[in-house]
Design a binder for this molecule. Sequence first.
Ligand code: HEC
Length: 325
Amino acid sequence: MYFGIEVFTILQWEHNEKKCGCKKRGYNLSFLMMASNSVCTIGFVLLLMTLSVDDYANDMGETAFKENCGACHDLKQNSTGPSLVYISDRYPETKREAFLAWVKSPGKKNPDMIQMPAITYLDNDTLAAIHLYILDVSKDQKQEGEKPKFAPYKPPQRPYPQVLRHYLPFTSPASIAIALNSELTVVWDTTIAKLRYVYPTGADFDGEKRREENAKAIMYTEESDVLFSFVDNKEIMFKGYQLIKGEPEFHYQVGNVEVKERIHLGSNERSFVREFTITGVKQDVALTLDHSSPSSIRLNGKPLTDDNVHLSPEQVSSFSIEVEL
Ligand code: HEC
C-alpha cells in the first residue's frame, strides 16, 4: 500500500511537470492501491507501460504539431490560423474524426484568414497525437485578442497585362504572349506581324509537348495569312514593341506603311482591343478577320457582320478592333 502511494506521488509530480492530463493514470492508480502487494507489482509494471506509451504519444503530438502546424497556430491568439483554444473548443475529443477530416481537406470558414493548406502527408495516428496535444495544452486556457496577429495573407496579384516570352506552340519562336487578365492571353507573332491566337491564361502553353491539348484550348485564331491587304507579298519589318502603361504596342513596317498595334483588355473580361495607328497608306485597305471561333467583333465600337472590311485611307489611319469571346 505504502509502495502504491509512493508511486502515486512520483507520478503526480511527473504528471504536473509535463502538463499531461491523462486520466488513465488515476484509474490505474486506484486499481493499484486496492490491489494486494503481488498484484500491485504487476499493476506497477502495467502502469509504467501505459505511462511510457502515453508520454510517447504526447511527445509525438507536440513534435508533429510544432513541425507541421505551429507556424500558423498559436496557443491563445489567432495568428495566421485560429488559436489552439478555439480549435480545442471546436474539436473536443469526441470530434476526432472531424478534426482529421479538416486537416486533410480544410474548408474555408474565416473570411479574414487564408485557406488552410491541406495536410495529407501525416497519418491518422500522428494527427490523433496532434489533436491530443492541442487539447492538452489548451486546457483551462482562455482566448486572447480578437484580431489576427498578422495581416491576412493575400496571394500576390499578378500584374496584368503581362508580356511573356517563352516557346509557344503553333507559331514562330519569335512570338510574344500577352496575358491581359486571368482569362485571356494573346499570342502575337513578330515574324509575320500578326495576332496568332488567344489562349486561356494559365493554361500550359509552353512548347510542343501538349499540342493536342493546347489546340483544343485555343479560344480564337485569325485564319487568313495576313490581316491587311497592303501586306500581301511584301516584306514585313518588325521594329519592336514598347509598353505603354504596361500595354504592349507593336511596331512594324510594310513598304512605306508604318503600323502600330496596341493591345489591351476590352470592355469586359472576355474581350480584347487592338488599336491601330497606320501611316503611309494611300489607297483603300481590305481587312480580313476570318476567325475560328464564335466571337463578336466590333470595329470602332460598331458590331461587324462581315469579316471582310474595306477601310478608306482616312479610316485606316486610326481604328480599333474589339474581339469579344
Ligand atoms: C499555413 C498555415 C497553416 C498551417 C501550417 C496549418 N493551419 Fe490549420 N488553419 C490555418 C488557417 C488559416 C485556418 C482558418 C481557415 C478558415 O477558417 O478558413 C486554420 C484552421 C484550422 C482548424 C479549425 C477548423 C475550423 O473548423 O474552424 C484546425 C482544426 C486546424 N487548422 C488544424 C491544423 C493542424 C492540426 C495543422 C497541422 C497538422 C494545421 N492546422 C496547420 C492555417 C494553417
